[in-house]
Design a protein around this ligand. Structure first.
Ligand code: GCO
Ligand code: MG
Length: 395
């Protein structure tokens, strides 16, 4: 079997996505997700200009060889654009392998270890009061076992949902020192609203300095966070160790990591309790299973990144990883009933705090190219934060 065609599909059903379709001479094709919020076009260009010529005529079954070729064969190694491109292709190749062998992806990864996947949902709302007021009802209505809060209110406005093209990022005010108390109060009030038995994840979204994050985390120790996510930015590796040593709350980290080598110090040093890479950012299934296996070796669980700006293809891949790995921890539930379901079929479904998927060969999703064309891509940016004095802060 040989690869005959590689198509990149940029589309915006209220959110920008980049899908990859790899077609073979046998008629079997595979689909993958290469979406990189805010830089989708750059990833598509890389695939079209540089990676497609390397794929045409190849055996789609040589997945590891292509991964190494794309990763090491550039000599320069991959950043976000490279790894997202590689992921779209890697997923499509695994999808082809599943379809040609008649097996779901999880079966190729070693088979099912569990039937359902514990997941957590975001508490959304415009203000802190909205979110606190909504939390208890939302938990009841969706039968949630675990919820997720995010620091910065109404953070995420502008990330999810692209309504019109942009020529620059939205600017959100953010003054971390002033937000420390609010952030602590928010968590405590939600804990009071939902009671002791609901797990609460708190995504600090790299918004605080190490010392600020430590103040928040120590104040929340008594309130039993399920984990604190991304308390600090990932750039200084040593800062994570510093934070870890000063608080007992569980830490989840990794959505900005680009490879297993970036995860390594956090895993081997036990600076994290959950590794939560984004499968797209690390170059796909091939790399994610290696990261999961490294984490297993050090008694660390997985919590793959899976928010609402990730497509059902990636949610499906997360699900296959979750059911087939020993050290599964929890899964972020990004299942939505948005327009994306006109473009992508399949993917996990939510029921009573867990995710389920039907058995289908491969990843179990398909992309409808005609539907994708109905929602043309609109260039958009991830927002940025500026502090009171005008200086830039990590969003
Ligand atoms: C999360 C993430 C997302 C990111 C988003 C960026 O944990 O869910 O932090 O909300 O902000 O994926 O595009
Ligand atoms: Mg996050």
């Amino acid at each position: 079997m040989k690869i005959t065609q590689v198509t990149t599909i940029l589309t915006s059903p209220n959110q920008n996505y980049l899908f990859v379709k790899i077609i073979t001479d046998s008629g079997v094709y595979g689909v993958g997700d290469a979406s990189l919020n805010g830089r989708e076009q750059a990833v598509a260009d890389l695939i079209d200009a540089y990676l497609t010529p390397l794929l045409i005529g190849r055996d789609p079954g040589q997945i590891e060889d292509f991964w190494q070729l794309a990763y090491r064969g550039t000599y320069w190694r991959g950043g976000n654009i490279m790894m997202s491109a590689l992921c779209g292709i890697d997923m499509a190749l695994w999808d082809i392998l599943g379809k040609t062998s008649g097996k779901p992806l999880y079966a190729l990864l070693g088979g099912k270890m569990r039937n359902s996947v514990l997941c957590y949902s975001h508490i959304l709302g415009k203000t802190m009061e909205d979110k606190i007021a909504r939390a208890a009802d939302y938990v009841k209505q969706r039968q949630l076992k675990v919820i997720r809060l995010r620091a910065g209110i109404p953070a995420a406005a502008g990330t999810f949902g692209v309504k019109s093209p942009q020529n620059g990022p939205l600017v959100e005010p953010w003054n971390p020192e002033e937000e420390i108390y609010n952030s602590i109060e928010y968590f405590i009030r939600v804990r009071e609203a939902v009671g002791r038995d609901v797990g609460i994840i708190y995504d600090l979204h790299e918004r605080f300095s190490p010392d600020q994050a430590i103040r928040i985390m120590r104040s929340l120790e008594l309130y039993n966070p399920f984990f604190i996510e991304d308390p600090i930015a990932p750039d200084c590796v040593d800062s994570l160790r510093y934070v870890r040593e000063k608080t007992s709350v569980p830490i989840a980290f990794g959505e900005l990591y680009k490879s297993r080598w970036e995860c390594l110090p956090a895993i081997t040093g036990h600076w994290v309790d959950y590794i939560r890479c984004d499968v797209i950012r690390v170059g796909g299934i091939t790399e994610a299973r290696k990261i999961a296996s490294l984490a297993e070796t050090y008694d660390i669980k997985t919590a793959w990144h899976g928010p609402n700006d990730v497509s059902p293809i990636t949610h499906a891949v997360n699900w296959h990883l979750n059911v087939s790995e020993y050290n599964f921890g929890i899964q972020e539930d990004g299942t939505t009933d948005g327009l994306i379901h006109e473009v992508v079929s399949g993917g996990p479904v939510y029921e009573n705090g867990s995710l389920f998927m039907e058995d289908r060969p491969g990843i179990g999703c398909d992309v409808d190219e005609a539907a994708a064309a109905r929602y043309p891509f609109r260039k958009a940016y991830i927002p940025i934060c500026r502090q009171g004095d005008g200086s830039l802060h990590t969003w």
